[in-house]
Design a binder for this molecule. Structure first.
Ligand SMILES: C[S@@+](CC[C@H](N)C(=O)[O-])C[C@H]1O[C@@H](n2cnc3c(N)ncnc32)[C@H](O)[C@@H]1O
Length: 251
């Protein structure tokens, strides 16, 4: 696997205690190759989860981070920021993606790791919310799970159950949650057609399962998800799953 030298400095157990998906520090380090972050810049970390990426941004680049998440309480994240000695640079915020408390143009950069697909696949989200948060000339970057190619001819047989989920006794209202998995070109078009930003990077990370699998093994052992992530990866026999990096600069 590619060497992520910045991430290598962080304790693996600490990462596993706090990750909520494929190693978010690998994903962020990959994205940062396409950003130009400088000390003192204000960065929004949208969907930061337990704040690993926010801590990384403050430590690695000396930026001020607004660590925004929905599911994880701000008070819990504050404790992590204090333990990591970045509480003077990283501010925990609990806010939903459509009800953010920030002024337009406040940020030098807005990033999102393994979260943007939960809300950003909506056509209006980029032009009306995400891009507005950053100043002109500011940077935008996301890493999302997605597809190498759109399922234009229907779902591969083994993957259908993950998209069209069957309700079960345990999850009676279960519906497929993967409709926001798309190809890099789909994501690029979503942003590019608004003419708000110039896209500076848009690609699939090579060998995504090398990053995805350790999380899948860990979550199978430690989480009570209704789908085993290792089964999900194994059923992707055509290697359609992707981890997509996209970065741009607001015009
Ligand atoms: C898969 S987790 C990833 C968390 C973290 N970035 C990581 O990689 O460990 C997705 C995150 O997106 C956040 N999220 C999902 N929907 C959201 C919404 N509507 N508004 C704000 N955050 C949201 C959740 O709170 C969750 O922490």
């Amino acid at each position: 696997m590619k060497k992520y030298t910045r991430t290598a400095k962080y304790d693996e157990d600490w990462i596993c205690q706090n990750w909520m998906g494929p190693n978010p520090l690998y994903l962020l380090e990959e994205l940062c190759e396409h950003l130009d972050l400088k000390p003192g810049m204000k960065v929004l970390d949208m969907g930061c989860g337990k704040g690993l990426t926010s801590i990384f941004l403050a430590k690695e680049f000396g930026v001020t981070v607004f660590a925004n998440d929905l599911w994880i309480p701000a008070t819990e994240n504050l404790q992590r920021f204090e333990q990591s000695q970045v509480a003077d640079k990283v501010f925990p915020i609990n806010a939903e993606a459509h009800a953010l408390p920030y002024a337009n143009g406040f940020f030098d950069a807005v990033i999102s790791i393994d979260s943007y697909h939960y809300y950003g696949a909506d056509e209006m989200y980029f032009p009306c919310t995400f891009s507005r948060l950053v100043k002109s000339g500011g940077q935008l970057g996301i890493v999302v799970p997605g597809l190498v190619r759109e399922y234009e001819n229907g779902y591969p047989e083994a993957m259908k159950k993950y998209w069209i989920a069957e309700p079960s006794a345990q999850y009676p209202e279960e519906i497929g949650e993967l409709f926001s998995f798309h190809s890099k070109d789909w994501w690029r078009h979503l942003w590019e057609k608004t003419e708000i930003a110039k896209i500076t990077a848009c690609y699939n990370i090579e060998k995504p399962k090398e990053i995805w699998m350790p999380w899948a093994v860990w979550s199978d052992e430690n989480m009570d998800f209704n789908v085993k992530d290792t089964d999900f990866l194994a059923d992707d026999v055509n290697d359609d799953l992707a981890l997509i990096v996209m970065a741009g600069v607001k015009k």
